[in-house]
Ligand binder design. Structure first.
Ligand code: GLN
Length: 300
């Protein structure tokens, strides 16, 4: 091992460091302190998390300790673990994340599940589009599970699309998904056939609530992926208003929503019209998290 002398001097091994860091993170009110300590230490040592336990008595070099200390400092300053290590797991797949993209949330797996349920019985070759793809987690989770369909994704941020494309390559799915830069449907309208399904997790936080979010979100995540305008509904409304024109007759629109937005959305959907079979789906915490709409069969 490099720096053996330094390592023996300082006497820190993996287990001791994890214990110390967990206690420190707890005292500084860091969320999930043990998990955070493990992910950061595994990243410094370039080990898998489970290997920290297999090699619990491995001493650390002074250099490794120095780098770990810097990551601890960043986490305590509020930076999310996913940005510090540059990746996050979603749908059992690892995704590269940078501050240009929202960190995928566990509740967004609810959107993936609903989309997969709908794709279950359809013949191959369906067109599926994601609006505001960010790091690409949703569309890539779908493409990984259903390689027989054709996937498309748009984002207003070129930087986010760079991350999404990197993730497509990471999972050998770069031939399964076509990426477009632009606002919602703008870049795909008139360029692609109509879609069987459009999915999106658009920004839906009320602007006035953003200042009350945790520092991790407020200071580090991209505002454009969170800010849903004065009432939080601006992007949802815009997508509901425009998606029908790009969906096949009978095609589905699936949107992630805020836990308290069901009633407001029912009113918007009624007012805009053009949809039927409106279903609200709850996440594992029992919150309304996804709305699924069916484009009314009728003249195109
Ligand atoms: N669920 C995210 C949060 O709570 C918000 C995501 C979004 O606006 N689409 O921060």
């Amino acid at each position: 091992m490099q720096n053996q002398a330094a390592a023996e001097d300082n006497d820190w091994n993996i287990l001791k460091l994890l214990q110390w860091t967990t206690t420190y993170f707890t005292s500084r009110s860091v969320e999930n302190p043990r998990a955070a300590a493990e992910i950061l230490l595994a990243s410094v040592l370039q080990l898998e998390r489970v290997d920290l336990y297999v090699r619990h008595d491995l001493p650390l070099s002074a250099d490794e300790l120095g780098r770990f200390k810097e990551l601890i400092r960043r986490r305590v300053a509020g930076e999310p673990v996913a940005y510090i290590v540059g990746k996050r797991e979603f749908w059992s797949m690892d995704f590269t994340v940078t501050p240009a993209v929202l960190i995928p949330r566990p509740e967004t797996e609810c959107l993936v599940e609903a989309a997969l349920r709908h794709l279950e019985d359809l013949p191959e070759g369906q067109n599926v589009l994601e609006l505001g793809t960010g790091c690409g987690a949703v569309i890539l989770a779908l493409a990984a599970r259903k390689p027989q369909h054709c996937f498309y994704a748009s984002d207003l941020s070129g930087e986010a699309l760079g991350v999404a494309y990197q993730n497509a390559c990471r999972h050998a799915l770069e031939k399964n998904v076509r990426f477009f830069c632009g606002s919602w449907l703008d870049p795909v309208q008139n360029r692609c056939a109509r879609f069987e399904m459009i999915v999106s997790n658009p920004p839906y936080i009320r602007r006035s609530s953003i200042d009350n979010l945790q520092v991790e979100i407020r200071r580090f995540e991209p505002l454009m992926a969170l800010d849903g305008g004065e009432d939080g509904l601006r992007s949802l409304e815009e997508i509901i208003g425009s998606a029908a024109g790009s969906l096949k007759a009978g095609g589905r629109l699936l949107l992630e929503i805020g836990h308290d937005q069901k009633q407001a959305l029912e009113a918007i959907i009624n007012r805009i019209g053009g949809y039927e079979d409106v279903n609200f789906i709850k996440d594992y915490s029992g919150h309304d998290r996804v709305v699924a709409l069916r484009n009314k069969i009728g003249p195109a």
